[in-house]
Design a protein around this ligand. Sequence first.
Ligand code: M6R
Length: 366
Amino acid sequence: EKGGYDHFMLKEIYEQPNAISDTFRGRMRVDEGIIKMAGVDDNLTKLLNAKRIVIVACGTSWHAGLVAEYIFEELVRLPVEVEYASEFRYRNPVIHQDDVIIAISQSGETADTMAAIKLAKEKGAFVFGVCNVVGSSISRETHAGAYTHAGPEIGVASTKAFTTQITVLALIALKLAESKGTIPKSDFHYYLQELERIPEKVKISLQSAAHVKSIAETYKEAKNFLYLGRGFNFPVALEGALKLKEISYIHAEGYPAAEMKHGPIALIDEQMPVVVIATKKGHYDKIVSNIQEIKSRQGKIIAVVTEGDVTVKELADHVIEIPETEEFLTPLLTTIPLQILSYYIAVMLGKNVDQPRNLAKSVTVE
Ligand code: M6R
């Protein structure tokens, strides 16, 4: 059932190229330059007239929501707020009838997300669901939705659900951007082609596994980890840290790289591994100076870079290369080595990777 892999998590990490293809198959027609998604097409006016999008989710799904915030704002020029469902539901939030709520949930059973949806519906908002489990409670409670089609995710640590959630949300953003005219037609076509190339590039990113495993060996005894990223890859830093915490029980924090100097920089010494996402287009120069700040404090730098990188390579202790892609799609690639890193550290520490202590696959209690 684990298809020859030692753990479901590893199997699911390797399933990502296919899972992402399955997510856009039948929806994205690159040659014709169209995106067809029933849940979006049937409610296009509502979505196009939205004054604001509010995303509600928990955990990894909340991280996918944060990536979507950057994508929607960039492509659709719509204000987006991303809320922890648990906070949203208890806060008497301001919701207007022309708000669109997007609820993201792998399991479709998360209690807090469900409660947030019910609240938003009471206030008259249109609620769109992004779920993986077909027929789940959340998929039934929402007005419309789009499934991720990632296939069953068994490992408690979410992997392919995250990348397919980002894929669905990117498809929706592209579709709305094209309909609204917030991106030029030529860019739209180019982005579809780039998205189509992602599964192949995920495959290439997976080839760094042996190298990432050796990095895991070097740092498996560390007591703390810091993860840094900017822009589209700030949420990936949060996700990388969450993966490590969940399955290896090592304390890890994710931060926007520039926030480092407002506090976390005090933690950096020769004991502290710092994972930095430093892809070419994403504020590269700024990230390079953040890396220099870490280096001058003897922090150990593990950098995820675009293939062919020269500058970061000279500064970092370890670099992991990923193929180049359009900036808003980089989270689909930068996430991969971070999943693998946490996986191998947990395995080397003898932890229960698929069923970490204290955690359940779906959190149906608040
Ligand atoms: O099923 P959901 O996407 O609603 O679950 C939300 C979180 O409980 C979930 O993402 C959790 O954080 C995972 N264990 C992360 O790996």
